[in-house]
Design a protein around this ligand. Structure first.
Ligand SMILES: [Zn+2]
Length: 189
C-alpha cells in the first residue's frame, strides 16, 4: 500500500489464454511449465474486435534463442523507433502512482499513438510474467494495429521470414489472417 507499489500482481483475465480457458500453462516452443515460481516468460495476444487471433506465451530461453536468429539491423531499427516515438518519462510518471493490482494504465492507450483501446478494432497486448504473476514495469503494453503495421515495415526480409516461420510452426494461424501485416510477434524482435 501507499508507496509500496508492487511490481508483480496476479495475471488478469485479459492476459489469460482463450484456448486454455485460464492462465497460459506452457511455453509454446519448449512446452516448459510456466506456473513455477521463477519461470520468466512473455505473453502476446493479438485482437481483432473481441476476437483473439493470435495468443502465445514463450519462455525467456526460447525467446532469446529465436531473437538471436533475427537480424541485428531489424532490432536496431525497432529500438530507434521506440526511442523516438515513446515518451518514456511521461509513461513512467503515469504509472508510478497506480495503486492496487490495476493494469489499465498500462494497456488502455496505445504505447505509440496514444489511441484508446476501446476505440480500436485491432490491437495487440504484450506482457512479461514470472510464474503466476505479471510484471508491471515498462510492460505490459498495448499497440494499435495500425502502429503494428508501421513497425512491420522496419523489419528486414531475413527477420520477416524467421518470424513467419515461427508463426507457421507454432501458432497455427487461421489462413484467413495469415497474410495480414499485424501478425508479427513483435515481442521477439
Ligand atoms: Zn520455452
Amino acid at each position: 500500500m501507499g508507496h509500496n507499489r508492487s511490481i508483480y500482481v496476479p495475471i488478469p483475465k485479459i492476459f489469460h489464454s482463450i484456448y486454455e480457458e485460464g492462465p497460459f500453462s506452457k511455453c509454446i516452443v519448449c512446452t516448459r511449465t510456466l506456473s513455477e515460481e521463477q519461470t520468466e516468460y512473455m505473453i502476446e495476444k493479438v485482437f481483432r474486435g473481441t476476437e483473439v487471433i493470435i495468443e502465445y506465451a514463450i519462455c525467456d530461453t526460447c525467446a532469446e534463442q529465436l531473437g538471436s536468429e533475427l537480424s541485428v539491423e531489424s532490432a536496431q531499427r525497432m529500438e530507434r523507433f521506440l526511442a523516438e516515438q515513446v515518451n518514456w518519462p511521461a509513461r513512467m510518471a503515469q504509472i508510478i502512482n497506480v495503486k492496487g493490482d490495476d493494469l489499465d494504465q498500462w494497456i488502455d492507450t496505445c504505447l505509440i499513438s496514444g489511441r484508446k483501446r476501446s476505440e480500436l478494432h485491432s490491437y495487440q497486448l504484450c506482457a512479461r510474467c514470472r510464474g503466476d504473476k505479471i510484471e508491471r514495469t515498462v510492460l505490459p503494453l498495448m499497440i494499435a494495429g495500425s502502429v503494428a503495421e508501421e513497425i512491420n515495415r522496419l523489419i528486414s526480409k531475413k527477420t520477416r521470414d524467421r518470424l513467419d516461420g515461427f508463426v507457421g510452426d507454432y501458432l497455427g494461424l487461421d489462413p484467413e489472417f495469415q497474410n495480414l501485416p499485424i501478425d508479427t510477434p513483435f515481442l521477439l524482435i
